[in-house]
Structure formats: C-alpha cells, structure tokens
Ligand binder design. Structure first.
Ligand SMILES: [Zn+2]
Length: 83
C-alpha cells in the first residue's frame, strides 16, 4: 500500500514538472515572435543607431542595400565610399 502512494506521488511530481516545462516553452515562444519585415531593426553603418526598416533610408551602394537613420548619414556614407 505504501508503494502505491509513492508511485502516485512520483507521477504527480512528473506531471507538474512536465506542465511547468511546457509553460516555459510556450512563454519562450511568445517572447520572441517572428520578426515582420517592416518591424525588423537595421543598423546604420555610419552612426551605429538601430532603426526600424520601414522608417530607414535605404540606399543601394555597390549592389548592397544599406539602411540609414537619416539622409545625412546616407550622404556621409556615400561620400566615404566615393573618396
Ligand atoms: Zn545615422
């Protein structure tokens, strides 16, 4: 009879552990949603500031699209590349 209680106790413990693990997994999935294209953060190579892609100034320089926080940074980058 004592053994039966021990087995039930272990099963309950296992169930609780599995449930908490499952909850952690769900929370981890919720905290890191798949990045949407417009909300993706891109780094300005001139000043190092991160800006959302939808508001960034995009310039195609040497076949690579570079994202800038402002027109000023885009001009600076183009000048540094051309000289
Ligand atoms: Zn900038």
């Amino acid at each position: 009879m004592y053994r039966l209680f021990l087995i039930i106790g272990l099963l309950v413990l296992l169930f609780v552990l599995l449930r908490s693990m499952y909850r952690n997994f769900q929370q981890a999935g919720r905290s890191t949603p798949p990045p949407l294209d417009g909300d993706q953060m891109v780094q300005d190579p001139v000043c190092g500031v991160f800006v959302p892609r939808k508001t960034a100034i995009v310039r195609e320089i040497g076949g690579i699209s570079n994202c800038f926080c402002s027109q000023e940074c885009a001009v600076k980058f183009q000048e540094s590349r051309s000289s």
